[in-house]
Design a protein. Structure first.
Length: 314
């Protein structure tokens, strides 16, 4: 099968190559001795890629620290189940699915991928594969950051950094739908995009004063660094700073600071896709490319807007 592979960590995305890799074998997957319990093979139709994925140790080594290159990146997918592993329940061959794959196994920038069934959710027939792949990582990250870790409730205020980006725009939409007052931040060029996705206000981090925001109940931080440190001072008593860029260096004086790594969740995916179907949430898709053109698409010559999606099957 065709797949994008990486072998050189120092090269980053520039080291990506289109290659032939062995296709997962359904016969072996179905046998007790040849598979992890509860796996499925998915025929990939669309895949997403997270920009900093090649800096993650799990891209290069397995859980025991052994080199696993050449590895296939990508962890977001939408596709069709083509085979069931031993002991798999809850899914069927031919079923449309979408979800998030394991960090330490070959990923979704390929024609087929092996995934734990529990990491996948059914994909309704009226949702395009491209749309589904684009909301997996961004949707789960936003949902878990806002509601699980940030405990966001109606009537609260939330500062969403990077509100024009894939994760930030999803957090903006989900927070507004939940009844929160949303202040988005980012570059000046992202102002209208952030407002279009539902931000009530926008702070240009290059020209406006972040401190003028005043107090908020929740900060959703995708940047870390200086922005994250300054944001801690904006959190009201009892509020929360939620970070996805690593542990916060500065904590709120009278609140919580939480960093987390997104995890697969079938129920949350179903909630998110229902909102897509209802029109309450829309994806932030930038470039769409084929697997043959994936290397160029994932090495853009200018700043990417929205989520880049690779259409493996058209």
């Amino acid at each position: 099968m065709k797949a994008i592979v990486v072998t050189d960590q120092a090269a980053g995305t520039a080291g990506m190559k289109l290659a032939e890799r062995p296709e997962p074998q359904a016969e072996r997957l179905a046998g007790l001795e040849g598979a992890s319990y509860g796996d499925v093979i998915v025929e990939v139709h669309a895949s997403g890629f997270t920009g900093n994925e090649l800096s993650w140790p799990s891209t290069w080594v397995d859980r025991l620290g052994r080199d696993r290159t050449p590895s296939i990146p990508g962890h977001e997918l939408a596709g069709v189940v083509s085979a069931l592993g031993y002991g798999t329940t809850g899914l069927s061959v031919g079923q449309r699915v979408f979800g998030l794959t394991d960090w330490t196994r070959d990923g979704t920038l390929a024609e087929y991928v092996v995934v734990e069934a529990r990491n996948l959710a059914p994909l309704p027939g009226d949702v395009d594969f491209t749309v589904a792949a684009s909301v997996v990582m961004s949707g789960l990250t936003a949902w878990q950051g806002l509601f699980e870790h940030g405990r966001l409730r109606a009537g609260q205020s939330v500062l969403v950094h990077g509100a024009a980006g894939a994760v930030g725009s999803m957090a903006t939409q989900l927070a507004r739908e939940a009844g929160a007052y949303v202040i988005g931040t980012g570059r000046a060029a992202g102002r209208q995009t952030a407002l279009d996705f539902g931000a009530h206000e926008f702070v240009d981090l290059e020209n406006d004063s972040l401190e003028d925001v005043g107090g908020v109940d929740l900060v959703f931080d995708v940047f870390g660094g200086d922005i994250g440190n300054r944001s801690a001072g904006l959190v009201r008593a009892g509020g929360t700073l939620v970070a996805i860029a690593g542990p916060p260096e500065t904590r709120p004086a009278d609140g919580l600071a939480i960093d987390f790594v997104v995890v697969p969740d079938r129920h949350q995916l179903s909630e998110i896709v229902q909102r897509v179907r209802d029109g309450r949430v829309r994806p932030n898709i930038g470039r769409i490319a084929t697997l043959d053109d994936a290397v160029a698409a994932l090495n853009p010559t200018e700043r990417a807007k929205g989520k880049t999606i690779i259409r493996v099957r058209t």
